[in-house]
Ligand binder design. Structure first.
Ligand code: HEC
Ligand code: HEC
Ligand code: HEC
Ligand code: HEC
Ligand code: HEC
Length: 323
């Protein structure tokens, strides 16, 4: 099925230049991966201003082209103020609170049980999951650019009618799983493979085969095959033993704890754990990733996969785990 839809596309794709993939998947026709360009030079530039006009027109059919980088995630006014949106930075996206996240929940290292170990993903994960769970439309925001383009109900549910008021060019408002209908081409081929960018996929509770992902009728997102999020990190706050974990040297209750290099601030290259009110600091998506990109030491490329610390020689893992 997927293969066939990719083949059907081959004709369209053959007309465009075939891009050479960058080592981490970024190609010269996509974002530049150059820190000098900021987030606009990364895959999180959903405005796709870097695409050729022809490719931009193709993409405009699948999601609203707001012509701005930040607006797909943030808004200066009218940000998500719902229970789900609290604790997120001026968040402009729909946070679907009807979704349940099934987490890896057999933690052995700390030997904690129940809520002591794993809770619901916190705000610093739900931000990412508002796209990467593969369910919510990439362009589903509360406050579109321009005056009078605000809809409060967008905070918790997607209103296709509202999204359609942006442009008649856009025929469908696709989720990340939707994008993979075309973006499932074999490695190195056009238009690229986004399948691995869908973190979780949706668990079809009826199906015996849980590899059947992207069931949009289900309300359970399966994160059991991902590094746990909403999982407790040992800190002084919870007086746990640092069994097998490095001790973070700054802890700010109500916010986060992090490995500080001496300036007392959580810099973007510093791994952190978040206090989202569950009684301790927890690992979330943004513990390991910065969605705006983090420059490498030479400052000439972003670290691949939006990581805060390059995972070469497992450095990211070893920053927390003593192994
Ligand atoms: C793909 C989504 C996305 C886009 C696009 C985006 N941001 Fe963010 N931004 C986030 C997330 C997620 C956080 C919270 C990170 C965390 O939990 O620590 C954040 C946090 C921030 C913060 C708080 C400080 C920090 O870095 O944590 C600022 C300021 C910010 N963003 C500004 C911007 C600006 C300005 C733009 C556009 C040039 C932008 N962002 C584009 C997702 C995005
Ligand atoms: C507005 C939707 C949106 C939000 C919010 C968002 N992402 Fe993404 N992300 C995408 C899309 C779309 C792609 C890939 C497709 C592309 O190239 O445009 C992507 C790609 C990625 C990639 C792959 C990068 C690469 O080059 O291999 C990583 C890693 C990633 N996102 C992590 C995150 C994390 C972590 C967060 C939260 C801190 C986040 N994203 C928030 C939409 C989003
Ligand atoms: C109907 C098929 C189709 C769908 C659906 C689709 N795309 Fe594309 N996309 C293409 C084609 C074709 C290209 C051009 C590929 C090339 O030139 O290599 C492309 C190129 C891109 C590029 C630049 C090249 C790259 O791989 O980084 C991005 C980013 C992108 N699409 C994002 C998205 C996002 C996000 C969605 C979902 C909201 C999406 N696309 C849905 C067909 C599609
Ligand atoms: C403990 C650290 C850690 C946490 C927490 C984490 N990630 Fe990642 N993530 C990584 C590493 C390391 C990679 C790079 C893997 C690779 O290169 O194959 C990655 C890769 C990715 C990718 C790109 C996948 C690909 O194959 O290119 C996406 C998208 C992503 N993460 C999103 C998320 C989201 C969403 C969350 C929260 C639900 C999350 N991550 C939580 C460490 C983490
Ligand atoms: C921000 C700190 C942090 C980073 C970075 C990190 N982890 Fe973890 N990891 C944790 C915590 C906390 C747990 C939960 C342990 C528990 O509750 O017993 C965990 C759990 C695990 C588990 C399950 C262990 C168990 O006890 O069930 C594995 C395996 C694991 N991590 C591997 C990795 C790998 C591989 C990387 C690098 C890609 C990584 N981790 C990066 C903090 C981190």
């Amino acid at each position: 099925m997927k293969r066939a839809s990719w083949l059907a596309l081959a004709v369209i794709v053959a007309q465009g230049a075939v891009s050479m993939a960058h080592a981490d998947g970024w190609g010269p026709t996509a974002a530049s991966n150059n820190p000098a360009d900021g987030i606009a030079g990364t895959r999180h530039n959903m405005s796709m201003s870097y695409l050729t006009p022809a490719n931009r027109a193709t993409m405009r059919i699948r999601r609203n082209d707001y012509g701005e980088v930040c607006v797909y995630c943030h808004t200066p006014h009218g940000a998500n103020n719902s229970a789900g949106g609290l604790g997120m930075p001026l968040w402009n996206r729909t946070v679907n609170m009807t979704l349940d996240y099934e987490l890896y929940n057999i933690p052995t290292t700390l030997g904690l049980a129940g809520e002591q170990a794993v809770t619901h993903p916190g705000p610093a994960s739900l931000t990412c999951l508002s796209c990467h769970d593969g369910v919510t439309a990439i362009d589903s925001i509360i406050n579109m650019p321009g005056s009078g383009m605000y809809m409060q109900s967008q905070e918790e549910s997607v209103d296709m009618g509202f999204l359609a008021t942006w442009s008649t060019d856009t025929l469908e408002h696709m989720s990340l799983a939707g994008c993979t209908l075309c973006h499932n081409a074999p490695s190195g081929a056009s238009p690229g493979d986004f399948t691995n960018f869908v973190i979780g996929g949706v668990l079809n509770s009826e199906a015996t085969d849980i590899s059947f992902k992207f069931d949009l009728d289900s309300s359970v997102v399966d994160l059991r095959d991902d590094h746990p999020v909403g999982v407790r990190y040992p800190t002084a706050l919870t007086s746990q033993a640092w069994v097998d974990f490095e001790q973070m040297n700054v802890e700010i209750p109500g916010r986060y704890a992090f490995f500080d290099d001496g300036n007392g601030r959580a810099d973007k290259h510093e791994i952190r754990v978040y206090d989202s009110g569950d009684g301790g600091f927890e690992v979330e998506c943004a513990s390991c990733h910065d969605p705006h990109g983090v420059p490498n030491a030479a400052n000439d490329e972003f670290i691949p996969s939006f990581l805060r610390v390059s995972n070469e020689s497992s450095a990211l893992c070893l920053a927390c785990h003593i192994k």
